[in-house]
Ligand binder design. Structure first.
Ligand SMILES: Cc1ncc(COP(=O)(O)O)c(C=O)c1O
Length: 455
């Protein structure tokens, strides 16, 4: 059961099928275009969508809104330092601001960054700095069905080769994403992280953690990695941070806040360069684009997020939904993690070709059937077609992500998702594919317009 009870409630919109059909037509079959009050269960993202605790609201009331030197900053700094051991702590409004600031200070055009998988904003910020982002996921990541416990690992062999290879002098840093959001939220083992850190040290290349889901990664380590069985998630998380030279943090995930983030650094000279950019683009270093109350809420969230009973209930919810999904006949990327389930739409809808977007088709159907909003991670997100709509590139897998906001939905909401999945599968042959009728030149999935193509 959830280790909390409800103190404040927010009604969720219950809509009719006819209303949902009209809404979907109006937004040209792009779920990002829906108004939130047209969505019954919103599983679009786990970022900034969680519920605050009473203690976080109380901490917010104690927020100090002084421009410089606010008490809130010092509480925030202490909480981050205690967790991470990094002496330099720079608050930012969200994770991608930390990415932009670090990469602007550390990278020069032509350099290379390596990662188990760069998250898409991380990649975008590396490329905006004129550099190349290279992903080195481990080979097990390619098998969606296997029960391998740590498919989020970096490929140590390729990392070693890259650090010794002809382009070694161009490698500026290594980023380990915990958990690996680009690989279906799969975790990274402490063994892999320790070995990656040793390689980085040997070659004098700084190692950073993209720590957005550090607590969920730590929980999965305590469950799946024998050497860490008896340890608490907090102990594991502390060890993970200590292996790296710094971190990029979106507190909208494992800070359990609606907005916030930070950059943690060991290198004081680098921190000074970052601080200049922080002042110019985010705010004075003791608030960094956040309100004092936000800083206090992050400080409190960081102490709550490693609570084993919270993490266990989050894992249980993901397992519950995974069972319902498999029972409905929908395959998922195995084994389920904590922040999301990834449905294998390509396998469920073989009658829809990749360039007719089976993942998007399934996401639209879940909305029509039961008001559930999810997100496609397949050829609409990663692929490209020519001007006649013929495929140029398609994604390796056609997935749909059901993200699980923190402390927001209970088991009966998940049961509703299970029922909707079961109803969707019953009529799966009738689900149409889609074609793009209008798209922007960049990040098309957010804003493109589509129409159904009956099969
Ligand atoms: C792994 C990872 N890194 C970085 C980010 C960027 O964080 P933000 O959305 O706070 O800018 C995200 C956001 O989803 C993420 O999942």
């Amino acid at each position: 059961m959830e280790p909390y009870r409800i103190k404040v409630v927010e009604p969720i919109p219950v809509t009719t099928r006819a209303q949902r059909e009209r809404a979907l037509r109006r937004v040209h079959y792009n779920l990002f275009g829906l108004r939130a009050d047209e969505v019954t269960i919103d599983l679009l993202t786990d970022s900034g969508t969680g519920a605050l605790s009473a203690a976080q609201w109380a901490a917010g009331m104690a927020g100090d809104e002084s421009y410089a030197g606010a008490r809130s900053f010092y509480r925030f700094q202490d909480a981050v330092r205690e967790l991470t051991s990094y002496p330099c702590v720079l608050p930012v409004h969200q994770g991608r601001a930390a990415e932009r600031i670090l990469f602007s200070a550390l990278l020069a055009p032509g350099r290379i960054t390596l990662s188990n998988t760069h998250f898409d904003t991380t990649r975008a910020n590396v490329e905006l700095a004129g550099c190349q982002a290279v992903d080195l996921p481990c080979p097990q990541a390619g098998d969606l069905d296997s029960d391998e416990p740590f498919k989020g690992d970096i490929d140590l062999h390729r990392l070693d080769e890259a650090l010794r290879g002809p382009d070694a002098s161009r490698i500026a840093l290594v980023v380990m994403t915990l958990t690996n959001n680009g690989v279906a939220g799969q975790p990274v083992s402490m063994d892999n992280l320790t070995r990656a850190a040793a390689l980085c040290r040997k070659h004098s290349v700084p190692l950073f953690l993209d720590a957005a889901r550090f607590a969920e990664n730590a929980w999965l380590v305590t469950q799946r990695e024998t050497a860490f069985r008896g340890q608490s998630p907090r102990q594991v998380a502390e060890q993970a941070f200590r292996l790296a030279d710094g971190c990029l943090m979106s507190a909208k995930k494992d800070g359990i806040v609606h907005i916030g983030g930070f950059l943690g650094l060991r290198d004081r000279a680098l921190a000074e360069r970052c601080e200049l950019l922080l002042i110019a683009t985010e705010g004075f270093p003791t608030y960094g684009g956040l309100a004092g109350r936000d800083l206090d809420m992050v400080a409190q969230g960081l102490t709550e997020v490693t609570d084993p009973s919270y993490l266990r209930s989050r894992a249980d919810a993901a397992h519950h939904l995974a069972r319902l999904t498999r029972d409905a006949g929908v395959g998922i990327v195995e084994p389920p993690g904590l922040h999301a389930l990834y449905l294998n739409a390509g396998r469920l809808l073989p009658h829809i070709a990749a360039h007719r977007f089976p993942g998007h088709a399934l996401a639209c159907q879940l909305y029509l059937e039961g008001g559930i909003r999810s997100v496609e991670l397949g050829s609409l997100y990663l692929g490209r077609e020519d001007e006649n709509g013929a495929p140029v590139t398609t994604a390796p897998y056609e997935l749909v992500r059901l993200a699980l906001p923190r402390r927001t939905y209970g088991l009966s909401h998940l049961n509703h998702v299970g029922e909707v999945l079961a109803a969707t599968v019953k009529a799966k042959e009738r689900i149409p594919g889609y074609r793009v009728i209008e798209q922007p030149p960049l990040l098309r999935h957010f804003r493109c317009k589509l129409e159904p193509v009956p099969s």
